[in-house]
Design a protein. Structure first.
Lengths: 513, 334
């Protein structure tokens, strides 16, 4: 909505009846797509709908099986391996593609270093990098190492890099998935500045409200088919969601079953301190879903990792069913019936090069040992059970887990965690980067677990999710617990007040309900 | 796309499609055997084959240990030097024990025990430095490679450590005799290989090695004691070096600073040719066995013909290593 004058202009990049198959498997069917200068065009769809494939084709990384790409009015074959960047089409990957050891300036000019007399002109590159950062209003020093930057700043460096390349089409794969609310706003301001300069922006997102805010048009994909391309003003989040899943999305969140008033406390945490967090106290009761809200980096993951023994605890006490415990290794907490499901499913959750079975049983391999040797049949049975219970969809069990969609990876990880039959599960961002349909499934699984007497800590940066599922909500800010909300207090505004530090309750009197 | 039951995968396909990754090393082995037969009718003779296999056994046993280390994402460059220092100390211990124990199997058995114990200690040292000291495996084992090599030179005073002739006579059969005509080194190699294959595939330890090599963080978050598993791979490697050495000592009855030179590279080469990935995460023992035998056969075939100089042995081995890795990469992209 940033540039009305661009909308009537001819498309800068368009795809004409694009189809794509990997081997025998078709993933895109005759897709038409176009983007105009100064426009923001969102692509949306469930996992496996073909969004990533489409943007890979639009940026030249993949070649279409049939159909044509038209750039600047001419039919072109985009060169692979990101060389389309030189033509002005830049893709910013979901996992940012920056070399961690380089400085910001080095990253921006990587592959196009400015030279004088055959040597690198470091001063000039530093100067221009600083100018770029200034135009973007980013507080990144050109000499900062990438590894020291926050995810949001890294993204800004990527954008600066794209601008320095005179990008005319900027393609972003879920740029906000790892950003906090304020960081997202900064990103959106950048995008608006870019579109004002006539840059066309294509972005993938799962967050419907963001799309409503930012996009001029929305293209919905489902199962590799083009469902519709519509102007955003004609849409509501509900209608987009419906187009995505092709069914009415009632009951995204299952009804809440309040735990019994006298349900015993299963996990008690007092004055927990660890790297990045201090003085955390709360109680978790049986059958309760306890939400953990807060900005990214507020220390929620650090609390979870300190509890289960992944990181060193520097102070405080933890009780399990009233008995003091001290986990120094994950295996101990798993044995005690307390399992932690990481938010980083690719980096810490799953072995991407391996099949479903070794992934599912990795946490609980001891259960599948007979006479000292692994019992493959027992593992197969476990996989069958998990596939049924969590609706994991894979072409076959030997397919590398890295090739599954994010939703199926998440469900497999859930299966892996639940294999240990925990009484308490800490789920860290259990629906990050997955589609609405799978989210709904996971919400129902979480609620069902609580209903059968499991206790759940739900760490999530999606406020709606925390509100929709939790019986009580703990809010954290900068490594400290700032409030515990319950009942009618659990609203977006109230959580935000605690998360942003506007409100703070002495947490002693509110540890438990 | 959505087959829910995992036990109905598209298995029939497999029969038609030749999986190069699996059969590649076997194919290369078959080609080498055919080449050998066509070059010299003695190639298939019992004497030639047992000779090749027996010589390959040392590297083979070490390479099986290396398969575990590499699968778990590690590396042990010290095995060649370790073999030399173990051989040297074994010989010294046996010579030293003769006055008290006399000539006989007692001394030899004590020597063998020393070898295995030393291997375990050396492996533990490597493993502890890597897991507890948090130093990269490449650096630790590069260091111990130098230390062990220097130690054996020091112990031999720059020359050769020789086993007492009478004890050597008692010990000789361990290399030169066998069971039902199969030399002991081959038998031990086979047993270690079978044990290794079972361990890799059908025990939690084997699975954990692959998991750690694939992604250490995932392993840690899956409640695997990464340090202990990794330490165990280095200890296993050390013990297997000890086993290899106790078969090697009776062959020559001596050790010097040139004992076991470049064994580490031959072992790693065998592992890689066999299809284990150097960066870890996937390993197979039978592949390593095939890889080591391929390396052995190349040398043998070069010796059996007269067109190409046998001095080019190393060059051919090098070509095979690079080809093996190229083929694996090519398939990944396909």
């Amino acid at each position: 909505m940033s540039s009305a004058e661009g909308i009537s202009a001819p498309a800068v990049l368009s795809a004409n009846r694009i189809s794509k198959s990997f081997g025998e498997i078709p993933v895109l069917f005759s897709i038409d797509f176009d983007i105009k200068p100064g426009e923001v065009h969102a692509i949306i769809g469930e996992n496996g709908a073909g969004k990533s494939t489409l943007i890979k084709i639009l940026s030249g990384i993949e070649q279409p099986t049939s159909g044509s790409i038209i750039y600047d009015g001419e039919t072109v074959t985009l060169p692979p391996d990101g060389k389309a960047e030189a033509m002005g089409i830049v893709l910013i990957h979901q996992e940012l593609n920056l070399a961690e050891h380089l400085t910001a300036a080095e990253s921006i000019f990587l592959g196009r270093e400015i030279k004088r007399y055959g040597f690198l002109d470091l001063g000039e590159m530093r100067k221009r990098a600083a100018e770029l950062m200034d135009t973007l209003h980013v507080r990144v020093d050109p000499d900062d190492r990438i590894s020291t930057l926050s995810v949001a700043d890294k993204q800004m460096v990527e954008i600066a890099k794209a601008i320095s390349r005179d990008a005319r089409v900027l393609i972003m794969d879920e740029p906000t998935a790892v950003l906090s609310v304020s960081e997202t706003q900064t990103l959106f301001e950048q995008i608006k500045r870019l579109t004002a300069r006539g840059v066309a922006v294509i972005f993938i997102s799962h967050k419907l409200d963001e799309i409503m805010e930012l996009a001029d048009r929305v293209t919905v994909l489902r199962d590799g088919q083009l469902i519709a391309t519509v102007g955003t003003e004609a849409l509501t989040p509900d209608s987009i969601a419906q187009m995505m899943v092709g069914r009415e999305l009632s009951n995204l969140y299952p009804p809440k079953h309040e735990p019994d008033v006298d349900a015993p406390v299963v996990l008690g945490v007092r004055n927990l301190a660890a790297k990045g967090v201090r003085d955390i106290s709360f109680d978790l009761r049986r059958g309760e879903i306890l939400g953990f809200a807060g900005l990214i980096g507020s220390g929620r993951t650090a609390v979870a990792e300190a509890i289960v023994g992944l990181t060193h605890r520097t102070g405080g006490n933890i009780t399990l069913d009233g008995k003091p415990v001290n986990f120094t290794q994950v295996a101990q907490s798993v044995d005690a019936g307390l399992a932690y499901m990481t938010k980083d499913r690719k980096g810490k959750g799953l072995l991407l090069n391996m099949g479903l079975r070794p992934n599912l049983t990795l946490l609980t391999l001891n259960k599948h040992i007979k006479g000292g040797f692994l019992d493959g049949a027992s593992e197969d049975r476990a996989l069958e059970r998990a596939v049924r219970r969590f609706d994991i969809r894979a072409r076959d069990a030997s397919v590398a887990v890295g090739r599954l969609s994010g939703g199926n990876q998440q469900k497999l990880m859930l299966g892996k965690t639940m294999e240990s039959e925990p009484d308490i599960v800490i789920m860290d961002e259990p629906t990050r980067g997955i589609d609405v349909g799978t989210k709904q499934q996971i919400y129902h699984i979480i609620a069902a677990l609580a209903a059968e007497g499991k206790s759940i800590i739900l760490i999530s940066s999606e406020m709606q999710e925390v509100i929709g599922l939790s019986h009580r909500v703990v809010v954290m800010r900068e490594g400290r617990l700032t409030g515990v909300l319950e009942g009618a207090e659990i609203t977006e505004a109230e959580i935000m007040r605690y998360a942003a530090g506007i409100k703070q309750s002495g947490n002693d009197e509110r540890i438990s309900a | 796309m959505s087959v829910s039951a995992p036990d109905i995968p598209a298995k029939p396909k497999r029969g038609f499609r030749l999986d190069l990754k699996t059969v590649g090393p076997l194919l290369a082995l078959a080609l080498l055997v055919l080449l050998g037969i066509s070059l010299n009718e003695n190639f298939l003779s019992y004497n030639n084959l047992t000779n090749v296999l027996a010589r390959s056994s040392f590297i083979g046993i070490i390479a099986i240990g290396a398969t575990f280390v590499i699968t778990a994402g590690g590396l042990d460059l010290s095995v060649g030097s370790m073999a030399a220092v173990i051989a040297g100390v074994m010989i010294m211990v046996m010579n030293w024990l003769i006055p008290t124990m006399g000539i006989g199997w007692g001394v030899v058995l004590a020597g063998m025990a020393t070898g295995i114990l030393l291997g375990g200690v050396a492996g533990t040292f490597n493993g502890m430095m890597i897991t507890r000291g948090r130093i990269e495996a490449f650096i630790v084992t590069l260091g111990t490679m130098g230390i062990f090599r220097s130690l054996v030179t020091f112990l031999a005073n720059g020359g050769t450590l020789s086993l007492n002739f009478q004890v050597a006579d008692v010990y000789r059969p361990v290399y030169y005799d066998g069971l039902l005509g199969v030399p002991w080194p081959i038998i031990v190699f086979a047993l270690v290989a079978i044990g290794g294959e079972i361990t890799m595939r059908y025990t939690a330890f084997g699975r954990y090695c692959a998991a750690i090599g694939s992604n250490e963080q995932v392993a840690r978050y899956s409640s695997i004691n990464v340090d202990n598993v990794r330490l165990l791979t280095y200890i296993l490697q050390g013990v297997l070096v000890g086993v290899a050495v106790l078969l090697y000592v009776p062959r020559l009855g001596s050790a010097s600073s040139t004992t076991g030179v470049l064994w580490e590279l031959e072992a790693i080469a065998g592992v890689i040719i066999g299809g284990t990935t150097l960066k870890g995460g996937y390993g197979r023992i039978w592949g390593t066995v095939v890889g080591v035998v391929i390396l052995g056969l190349i040398g043998n075939i070069l010796n059996l013909q007269s067109l190409i100089s046998p001095y080019l042995n190393g060059a051919f081995q090098g070509v095979i290593i690079i080809l093996a890795v190229l083929l694996q990469r090519g398939r990944k992209n396909a």
